[in-house]
Design a protein around this ligand. Structure first.
Ligand code: PLP
Length: 383
């Protein structure tokens, strides 16, 4: 089986698996304990914070460890809206955010917040001017993802961040960096980002751990109350093994990013060219998007049918994003890109990993072609 679903999750590095096991067995002290085992775990935690901060080129005191990006996104958005209530109640975001941002905004709307969902262009990217035009005197937060998890569209984060700081310096800028980290370069400082979310399992770290970068001077209301860990922002005993495992993966992902991006870009170009040559297929991603995501639709055929036939051929791909793939609804992202219902029901995402070769890509293209031929019969029968 060839795994082409790295945007859903990635296999942890061997070194990460080993480290998690070692830390779990040998350093199980609670970092809040005053004895030497607590101190030992506390040191590991401080070191981990330093390594993550170094990978992101921020200060260690600006890193809050969480259970992953869903929590980080919730903490950033809910925490900012609660803390800065006196500034206003308006959020600006986009129509193509991950559910952990989108559904959080929808929930906050029910609680009295106002949300503007800025539409995207046909390629899935927002225009900087459209985001800025949505900001009002009442806006507290702008939240835009770096890379879209379904189609790999890259948002103009640096341009949005700089323009916001120029024109609306009090408005906070949150970026869901989950699909961008380790894939594309992004400077938190140069992009004037205030809040930045990551999940470790998207860059070969363990699941159930992640972080939120909180710029010094930005204050959030905590979601979890309790022992006051993580500077009071995230109560609960820290998951030291996974946090240390994440730092290993983070360091490797940051180091390997330039080489991997050029490797993936090459494979992505081949995939895009190959798919574009298959009549009846609609390619929704672009070779200029994130290098690891390729997305297409075969209108008239439910995505699940294609996915399972590709699985029979030995290839594991995805429909929509992993967390919405169990619902057979049209993709919100493809609808936002004006792709129409047929296209939005038949989307297939291919996402690349480090191990993939040109030969893998050629075999996958062959499998897509054969699957289409088999499905042609179904399509014909449906008419
Ligand atoms: N944001 C984006 C863009 C994602 O792709 C995901 C996961 O698919 C998340 C947030 C949520 O990450 P997690 O499920 O690890 O909390």
């Amino acid at each position: 089986m060839k795994y082409f679903d790295h945007a859903a999750t990635t296999p942890p590095y061997e070194d990460v698996i080993r480290t998690v096991g070692e830390v779990m067995a040998q350093h199980f002290g609670n970092p809040s304990s005053l004895h030497r085992m607590g101190e030992d775990s506390g040191k590991l935690l401080s070191k981990a914070r330093e390594v993550c901060a170094h990978a992101l080129q921020v200060n260690p005191g600006e890193i809050v460890f969480t259970s992953g990006a869903t929590e980080s996104n919730n903490l950033a958005i809910r925490g900012a809206m609660a803390r800065y209530r006196q500034r206003g109640n308006h959020i600006v975001t986009t129509t193509v955010e991950h559910a952990s941002v989108y559904e959080t905004c929808r929930h906050l709307e029910q609680q009295g917040c106002e949300v503007t969902y800025v539409p995207v262009q046909a390629n899935g990217a927002v225009r900087v001017e459209d985001v800025l035009a949505a900001v009002t005197d009442n806006t507290v937060l702008v939240s835009v993802m770096h890379v879209n998890n379904e189609v790999g569209a890259v948002q103009p984060i640096a341009e949005i961040g700089r323009a916001l700081k120029n024109r609306h310096p009090r408005v906070l800028f949150h970026v869901d960096g989950v699909q961008g980290f380790g894939k594309l370069p992004l400077s938190i400082q140069d992009s004037r980002i205030d809040l930045y979310s990551l999940s470790a399992h998207k860059f070969r770290g363990p699941k159930g751990t992640g972080l939120l970068y909180v710029r010094e001077g930005v204050h959030l209301t905590q979601l979890l109350t309790g022992g006051g860990q993580e500077g009071g922002l995230r109560s609960g005993t820290e998951n030291i093994p996974y946090i240390v495992g994440m730092t290993k993966a983070m360091r490797m992902a940051a180091e390997r990013q330039p080489a991997l991006a050029s490797h993936w870009s090459k494979l992505s170009r081949e995939l895009h060219e190959g798919l574009a040559g298959l009549p009846g297929l609609v390619v929704n991603s672009s070779p200029d998007g994130a290098p690891h995501i390729v997305h297409f639709s075969y209108p008239g055929i439910k995505a699940e049918a294609m996915l399972h036939m590709l699985e029979e051929e030995g290839f594991l791909v995805s429909t929509q994003s992993a967390c919405s793939s169990k619902r057979s609804e049209p993709s919100r992202v493809l609808l936002a890109m004006q792709k129409g219902k047929d296209c939005s029901l038949s989307g297939i995402r291919i996402s690349l990993g480090e191990e993939h070769t040109e030969e893998d890509v050629r075999q996958l293209l062959g499998a897509v072609k054969r699957t289409m031929e088999r499905l042609q019969i179904v399509k014909g029968g449906n008419r």
